[in-house]
Design a protein around this ligand. Structure first.
Ligand SMILES: CC(C)(COP(=O)(O)OP(=O)(O)OC[C@H]1O[C@@H](n2cnc3c(N)ncnc32)[C@H](O)[C@@H]1OP(=O)(O)O)[C@@H](O)C(=O)NCCC(=O)NCCS
Length: 171
């Protein structure tokens, strides 16, 4: 970052969730990031759902929470998913998500011996898909869902080798 502040990744605490819930900039983004929740996203619901996630992490910049991610479906020695990846709209296109995903890949490899990182992204989330494509993710599956308005939605599953992501996060 060019303005003298450092981007820091640290474990999320309950007090962070009031900022985390506001990272998606509108209702559609909130669905992409927290599809299992209700809208508006509630701190108590976030705190409850994060109990089943591992390495729940915030990116902090200049004293504010600017990014969020965690791990789930961890298969020791094989793979895991990175979930709820989101970055504050005022800090996008500055490499925060790339570096946060790199940090999550590092935790997955050193903590659980994971070789592949998986993500799921809704088909109408072009920004998300372009982000994952840029980082070298490959699609391998699709899963029909319903959105919050009970309209059809399609979840695309993608994966990428853990080491490559870790290295890209350090650039
Ligand atoms: C998707 C998201 C996490 C990307 O965060 P970010 O910090 O802006 O991403 P980065 O700056 O690390 O982007 C890395 C690269 O991805 C690609 N990329 C990221 N956002 C993009 C966009 N809006 N349009 C096109 N390409 C994009 C670019 O190639 C970018 O590199 P560049 O800026 O040097 O061209 C962020 O837009 C977001 O939080 N969106 C809403 C929530 C969401 O969709 N999360 C993903 C759930 S599946």
């Amino acid at each position: 970052m060019k303005d003298g502040h450092e981007l820091v990744f640290r474990p999320a605490g309950r007090r962070d969730f009031s900022e985390v819930r506001l990272l998606p900039e509108d209702r559609r983004e909130a669905f992409w990031v927290f599809p299992a929740h209700n809208y508006p996203i509630q701190v108590s619901e976030l705190a409850r759902n994060m109990k089943s996630r591992r390495d729940v992490t915030v990116a902090e910049y200049a004293g504010a929470v600017v990014g969020f991610a965690n791990l789930y479906h961890v298969a020791q020695g094989r793979s895991c998913f990175v979930g709820n990846l989101s970055v504050s709209s005022r800090l996008r296109r500055r490499g925060v998500a790339r570096r946060l995903l790199g940090a999550m890949a590092g935790k997955a490899r050193s903590g659980y011996g994971v070789q592949d990182i998986h993500v799921s992204c809704f088909s109408d989330n072009l920004k998300g898909l372009l982000f994952y494509q840029q980082l070298g993710f490959e699609p391998y599956g699709m899963q029909p869902q319903m959105d919050w308005d009970l309209e059809p939605a399609l979840l695309i599953h993608l994966r990428r080798g853990v080491r490559a992501l870790e290295l890209m996060g350090q650039i």
